[in-house]
Write a new protein. Sequence first.
Lengths: 118, 416
Amino acid sequence: MEIICINCPVGCRLKVKVEGGEVKEVAGNACKRGDTYARQECVAPMRMVTAVIPVEGSRTPLSVKTAAPIPKHLLLDCMEALAGIKLKAPISAKSVILRDVLGTGVDIIATKSVKIDL
Amino acid sequence: MNVDVLVIGAGPAGLAAAIAAKEDGIHNLLVLERESAPGGILKQCIHNGFGLHRFGEELTGPEYAQKDIDRAEELGITIQCDTTVLSVSEDKVVTCVSREHGFQEIHAKAIVLAMGCRERPRGALGTPGTRCAGIYSAGTAQKLVNLMGYMPGKRCVILGSGDIGLIMARRMTLQGAKVLACVELMPYSSGLNRNIVQCLEDYDIPLYLSHTVVDIHGKEKLTGVTVAQVDANRKPVPGTEMEFDCDTLLLSVGLIPENELSVGAGVNLSAVTSGAEVDDTLQTNVPGIFACGNVLHVHDLVDHVSNESFKAGLSAAQFAKGEFAVGETVAVLDGQGVRGVVPQRICAGAGRAVELMFRPAGVYRNAVCVVKCGDNIVARKKAPIFTPGEMVVVKLPEDVVAGLSGDLTVSVEGGQ
């Protein structure tokens, strides 16, 4: 089957040979990430999640991301988990906002700093 | 005020240009920024996927911007925010206004134009219908959601499949809205393929190619849009209309380099890219005025913007120091299947490696991009697919550039 690598904007078209639920061969990737992506995507797709969360005391919401990709089927559940978080400024970039989201072992981390400006 | 190098805009392009100029020994350097903080559009691009080429890691927009902001701070670069540039003249006098400094006139030895681009608005489309609330450009909606914390609506249709539209389809969905459709006039998407996959397909949002919005309904607030298929001449096909009940219409229908200041300075613009015409040092036709980033031509990758802007900043620094010389140039022309090659001229004598960038004029499968000097092929690049949504980069090594004897033509050959 043919899939499009989503690791970077180059978007390599990967040709993946799958036999019996197992990836046998990957071609068309410009870098190593394409190979890794194809092997994962055809078996258990994973996605990064980014979101914004309102912060008490800050004019701008905080942007956050999962520290690593999480299973694709958990995307909306992850957003649900983030919706319940209450935050207070100041927060610095890279700080952990939520540990081990949905038992994935992946933390939610801040991708920018917000100061008190309200 | 006198400065050696003046950079207009503190987005990724302006920051990179300023960093390169400072690192090359320019101390009297000033960056002017219209907004209240540096970072440009990256501030609102909270999704990931930036920086893989430049930093070898996958960053979000704010993280990518912060790396350059930190570096600029480390180098002691002055970034004057909340400042709007009013004019740039051919003799490199810049006027600007700000609350803090009032009206300023700045005389620069060299100027880097890094103003970025803006979105094509509804008015440019000629879509019929009422002028109700609820219609936003995708970037405006992105700013509302990601920087101001407002949701523009709950049920959304997206016209155009540019990257910002696709990114916003996912953002609106994740933040709780229902995205009913993404509608694209052309038979192909103008966005990156990865974004079709991870922003539409992941959330089962239908993409209607060769369709457009033919009517907009709603008196005060948008209540719905009519979508119809278009024929090969992009005219709506009667009888194919579909009604969508929505409160928000996002437009992602193209980006236009913001060149009003450049025109005032006598900079020649390309009719194809809407950006300045430059040589491989990124110098425009006006000596000492350089352009880089999305004000020069709209990029897909910020990594490319940064690279290009480092070059522009270095050139500006050399110009300000009086070490800059451009010899004879050869022209780089668009051939078959190619739109808007940048740079438009190359200084062959300098023998620097050059990267040619362009957008294919259509979709070509199993084709070859060929760069010719007369009848000689000087570079070629094969790809399984060339599409207008993805910028093509062709490298000309030093020895090839040094050996150029005449104008170059870039074309896409073979394939369908």
